[in-house]
Design a protein around this ligand. Sequence first.
Ligand SMILES: NC(=O)c1ccc[n+]([C@@H]2O[C@H](COP(=O)([O-])OP(=O)(O)OC[C@H]3O[C@@H](n4cnc5c(N)ncnc54)[C@H](O)[C@@H]3O)[C@@H](O)[C@H]2O)c1
Length: 315
Amino acid sequence: MKKILVTGAVGQIGSELTMELRRRFGNENVVAGVHRTKPEGKLKESGPHAAVDCTRPEQVKSVVEKFNIDTIFHLAAILSAVAEAKPNLAWKVNIDGLYNVLEVAREYDCAVFTPSSIGAFGNSTPLDDTPQDTIQRPGTMYGVTKVSGELLCDYYYKRFGVDTRGLRYPGIISNVTLPGGGTTDYAVEIYYEAIKNKHYTCNLKKGTYLDMMYMPDAIKGAIDLMEAAADKLEHRNAFNVTAMSFDPEMIAASIKKIIPEFTMDYKVDPVKQEIAESWPNKMDDSAARKEWGWEPQYNLDAMTKDMLEVLTKRL
Ligand SMILES: NC(=O)c1ccc[n+]([C@@H]2O[C@H](COP(=O)([O-])OP(=O)(O)OC[C@H]3O[C@@H](n4cnc5c(N)ncnc54)[C@H](O)[C@@H]3O)[C@@H](O)[C@H]2O)c1
């Protein structure tokens, strides 16, 4: 990795991944690919940025050519809840956009990191200790695009030798950029509301277990996977990775340890609830641990402590 492009760089994961890549590989060597929302603050000032709409292949190509890119972290996507509201847009961005990136990667010999998701599973998948290789019949447009993306990336590796790699991310929790319309957004919002109002109204039911991960682990996982020895990787594009599994009651209890007056009630969003119930309660990530040494640093209480400390200072 010498010259890196991050698409979707202003998004929840992209904004932090871009900064970490700049720290490790040099500010000038990491281009923030932006679409519509302009970068601000450190993201804008610390290194180059360029307009990259992944649905426009000529734009992807010209940025890769101009900056002599060898590695693309392709984070541009439409997330689960928005994808259900706009399935047509989700297909265009998540599938056509990925196809465009892979074609440019093939032409310019770039390695490509593309996140998949727990959304790539569905009701017929075993929801506890979800195996690395299992049934994937998601019932959402987001899931359809994620399974297709995993397969497309595998295909580009096998057929054309493009160095494609990817992780099935669980819900990602961060204290920097707000999430972009996913089913697990509640687990970020709850911390903001705990500090501001000491109360949160949760849109998923009690007992809805989902895999989650704190942002520093998500970023480290992406970079570690891209740096892993290629000959050790059997599952290139769809590694199960998780750091913790909890339901709304557990995250509320973790917050109460630090803010005892915190309370929570429920107003369930039926669309998000249906999606959440079709996703794993807890994935088996032993393949990632074995093949490239995946090892998360944060559990629920460690994450809660850090989230509340950082957000209390900022808010
Ligand atoms: N955040 C999570 O909890 C989570 C969980 C699992 C997987 N993922 C995956 O990780 C990746 C990044 O997610 P995120 O949370 O940062 O999402 P996000 O919604 O915060 O950011 C996505 C970015 O893509 C950009 N974008 C939209 N359309 C585009 C287009 N046509 N061309 C270029 N950019 C475009 C948006 O402007 C946004 O900045 C996605 O593939 C997502 O599916 C995220």
